[in-house]
Design a protein around this ligand. Structure first.
Ligand SMILES: [Zn+2]
Length: 257
């Protein structure tokens, strides 16, 4: 095994942890935004209920005035009907009175409808207010919790970054370059363990003589990469675990240069 491989394995573990922490940190603004949305929605519901309440009150006022106006007109026609000279004029006034009374009834009906509707609107307002209060409380608590989590993840990331600096320092520069290049292409993975004679990166069977070289305890400068997935191979198993019948598949050997 290349002497740098145990250090590269550690480095990969740290790098995967760093990548995981970064992904988690990137998700935080979205979580805060979701909280803001919750508040915006609750506030919009309150505003809309209030608007409905104001409009309903305005309409009720309008029909109230209509009722008064039509009643006033009917009264006027009735007063006039006592002093008309002709039967025709009297009939015409009676017709106007009936019309005005019908308008009064219509406006009163609308008033009643609005009154009944206003109960529902008042209920809506109460609900929206209660929902907003609840949302404000839960959002404040969630925000605090998220901020605590964010701070903790930031600290973990700082620690992991420091750990990486320490881990990478003793590794030869050419090995780090190779590692970085492979890791970039494989979602942070540069090394694959060989287990039961197979590359754990892709499942390809590793040739017996490569397996032997991987498991032997000598510090040569050769690095073996899987021919299929390209990851740097390493083995933590004793040689006896190898299936001697394995004949398919192969692995190429490359040097770091
Ligand atoms: Zn592979």
């Amino acid at each position: 095994m290349h002497p740098a491989i145990p250090r590269l394995i550690d480095l990969q573990t740290i790098d995967l942890k760093i990548a995981g922490l970064r992904a988690q940190l990137e998700a935080f603004p979205k979580r805060i935004m979701a909280l803001d949305h919750k508040l915006t929605d609750a506030r919009a519901a309150v505003a809309s209920a209030k608007e409905a309440h104001v409009n309903s009150a305005k309409e009720r006022k309008k029909f109230e005035l209509d009722v008064e106006q039509w009643k006033e007109r009917a009264r006027k026609y009735r007063d006039q009907s006592g002093s008309v000279k002709t039967n025709e004029a009297y009939k015409a006034l009676q017709h106007e009175i009936a019309n005005a009374e019908a308008e009064v009834a219509k406006a009163e009906d609308r008033q009643l409808e609005l009154m009944m509707g206003s109960e529902e609107i008042d209920g809506r307002m109460r609900h929206a207010d209660a929902d907003l209060k609840e949302a404000e409380a839960s959002v404040a608590a969630d925000r605090k919790e998220i901020e605590v989590q964010y701070g903790a993840k930031k600290k973990e990331l700082a620690a992991a970054t420091a750990e990486r600096e320490k881990a990478v320092a003793p590794i030869p520069a050419d090995m780090v370059t190779l590692y970085d290049r492979i890791a970039k292409r494989h979602n942070g993975h540069a090394l694959a363990q060989v287990k039961d004679g197979q590359c754990k990166g892709c499942g390809l069977r590793v040739l017996p003589h490569i397996l032997q070289l991987l498991t032997e305890d000598h510090d040569d400068e050769e690095v073996f990469r899987c021919e299929s997935c390209g990851l740097i191979l390493y083995s933590l198993e004793p040689l006896t675990a190898v299936n001697p019948d394995a004949t398919s598949g192969n692995a190429a050997s490359v040097t770091t240069t």
